[in-house]
Design a binder for this molecule. Structure first.
Ligand SMILES: *Cc1c(COP(=O)(O)O)cnc(C)c1O
Length: 379
């Protein structure tokens, strides 16, 4: 039995808006309810003319937003009698699938690309007891194979092509509307497989639907109870998707065969939710843009060193984008902007190494040496 105010995760909070069987046993690790933090210290002449927030999804149980989708997908898989789940992953989906499978007492098979996976993510999959299959190929190869396996083997597919994943992920939009009292004017996020931009658009649409109006993806779960129906939400945000230049199919207008970027979580050349993401962009009046790895790492460093928020490289592209589009006026003064920080920086500690030389000074173990070092750094 839970205490009355004990937060029990997304299914506890939003079960009435999720298409799960009533008697399904929730498989939860207390995901969701992540902080929405207003940024205060970013440089830029126009930054103070907007309200810029980050939705810090790195604080989910396994350190990324993937947990929002996984609690719903695994709950449904278990309710259907599934004994095993499978996914292809650039890292975070496998970490999340492994943890929720452990929680449910079922098996997880995860296909990861050879090499190119952040160390923290691999550690999670291993420690949660997943069967890790490292394929000689990239994420897109893995995706093709797991879709075949879901047909040929007794395993449930939990990539974001599984509609329960997006259902769970839409709840981040609900939380933002509740925190702000309304939807933001702009929502910026990194785009890889394009599931998350689709899920946010679905969430905002369900909050913003006029009575009797059909959503981009049908709503139907609010039961007249959503913020819009209570008169709290009047509009949906403009959806802005950012990609890494080496892995930017939405900028190229089609699949990229050999995607490359330091932001491994969005190293995806053939997004599965292509049509949905284009719809979200078009219907909201949004756009896509791209950033070099250098610009992505710069934004990651700014957030960590000036705001105290450590996200992984893929997440930082949302803030790189928002900053540029605020400065160039595409996002006008007076706007309220939310960026999703999709994953925690500790997932990928290797990227911190590039700053180690400037940050770490070796001194003798005596107080005069330490005092001298302190005074030197203060000046
Ligand atoms: C999965 C992931 C993304 C990309 O999300 P999509 O839904 O695939 O577009 C971005 N950042 C991080 C940290 C992720 O784990």
């Amino acid at each position: 039995m839970s205490g009355q105010n004990h937060y029990t995760g997304l299914i506890g909070a939003y079960g009435d808006r999720l298409p799960l069987a009533r008697n399904a046993r929730p498989i939860s690790l207390g995901e969701g309810n992540t902080p929405l933090i207003r940024l205060e210290n970013l440089p830029g002449s126009l930054m103070h003319d907007v309200e810029l927030y980050v939705k810090y999804e790195g604080l989910n149980p396994t350190g990324s937003f993937k947990d929002r989708g996984m609690t719903v997908a695994v709950t449904q898989a278990v309710a259907e009698g599934s004994q095993a789940i499978i996914c292809a992953s650039t890292g975070n989906t496998s970490a999340s699938a492994a943890a929720y499978a452990a929680r449910a007492g079922i098996k997880a098979f995860v296909l990861i690309p050879d090499g190119k996976i952040a160390m923290g993510k691999l550690a999670q999959a291993i420690m949660h007891g997943a069967e890790v299959l490292q394929i000689r190929g990239n994420f897109d190869d893995g995706m093709r194979i797991v879709k075949e396996m879901a047909e040929q083997a007794p395993v449930s597919l939990v990539n974001s092509v599984n509609p329960y994943r997006l259902q769970g992920q839409k709840t981040a939009a609900f939380e933002i509307c509740e925190a702000l009292g309304q939807a933001p004017d702009y929502h910026c996020l990194p785009v890889g497989n394009a599931g998350n931009i689709t899920a946010y658009w679905m969430g905002y649409s369900e909050m913003a639907l006029a009575p009797g109006q059909k959503g981009t993806l049908a709503c139907g779960f609010c039961g007249g109870d959503c913020a819009y129906h209570q008169g709290r939400v009047a509009a949906r945000p403009v959806m802005v998707g950012y990609q890494a230049s080496g892995s930017a199919p939405f900028l190229r207008g089609g699949p990229v065969t050999h995607p490359e970027t330091v932001a491994t979580a969005i190293r995806i050349g053939a997004p599965q939710s292509w049509d949905y993401a284009l719809t979200a962009s078009r219907e909201s009046g949004g756009w896509f843009d791209e950033f070099t790895d250098e610009a992505i790492l710069e934004a990651q460093w700014l957030l960590a060193s000036r705001e105290g928020i450590f996200c992984e490289p893929a997440s930082a592209v949302s803030v790189a984008g928002a900053m540029r589009d605020i400065e160039n006026g595409r996002i006008p003064p007076g706007s309220r902007v939310v960026c999703t920080l999709t994953g925690h920086g500790l997932k990928d500690p290797d990227v911190a190494q590039r700053h180690a030389e400037a940050a770490v000074t070796t001194v003798d173990a005596d107080s005069s040496a330490v005092r001298q070092a302190i005074l030197g750094k203060m000046s």
